[in-house]
Ligand binder design. Structure first.
Ligand SMILES: [Zn+2]
Length: 182
């Protein structure tokens, strides 16, 4: 984390033999060597994202439900989860149509869990689609992510630049994400 520290190397310039020897203040003035790229940022690399599990899940779910039903299913599950949660916490201990409020709260978490699984599935399919040849699951990360951290007045802003290449047509894209801003 000390990479951003500027390296101040001070040296004295002996220019007594030079034509401008009499230019006053220049003689023996401290010279500070500083990287031009130094803009108070820290740059490093991070491992490629491990998306194996997401890919397996996405192909499995979409393979069973199809893309359209996965999207609709995510929306419906999310809504059912929200309704169950509201009904469940509204009147604690009471029953709604024969179902206890605690059952409704449990049901809401199951609906939210299902919604998350379905959402991740179609989202991953969309994200790995090649914008050039339109194939799904072909955009793969090809190198380590480039992280850049910049100190701001409010904290550290971290951006990650990831590079993807299509396994079908070799089309390449980069994606920049703001990972942290604190
Ligand atoms: Zn492609």
């Amino acid at each position: 984390m000390d990479d951003h520290q500027e390296s101040h190397q001070q040296s004295r310039v002996d220019n007594r033999g030079a034509a401008y020897a009499n230019s006053g203040p220049i003689y023996n003035a401290p010279v500070t060597h500083q990287s031009v790229a130094n803009d108070n940022s820290v740059n490093y690399e991070v491992e490629k994202e491990d998306t194996g599990l997401k890919e397996t899940l996405s192909k499995f779910v979409i393979g069973i439900l199809g893309e359209r039903r996965t999207r609709i299913g995510a929306l419906v599950s999310g809504l059912l989860g929200a309704v169950s949660l509201v009904l469940g916490i509204q009147t604690p201990g009471e029953t709604t149509a024969g179902i206890s409020s605690s059952d409704l709260v449990v049901a809401s978490f199951l609906f939210f869990g299902l919604a998350a699984v379905l959402f991740i599935s179609f989202r991953f399919r969309d994200e790995t689609r090649c914008p050039n040849c339109k194939m799904h699951y072909t955009m793969k990360e090809v190198q380590e992510g480039q992280v850049r951290e910049v100190r701001t007045s409010t904290g550290v802003r971290q951006t990650i630049l990831r590079t993807y290449r299509c396994t079908n047509c070799a089309h390449q894209t980069t994606r920049k994400t703001l990972a942290r801003s604190a």
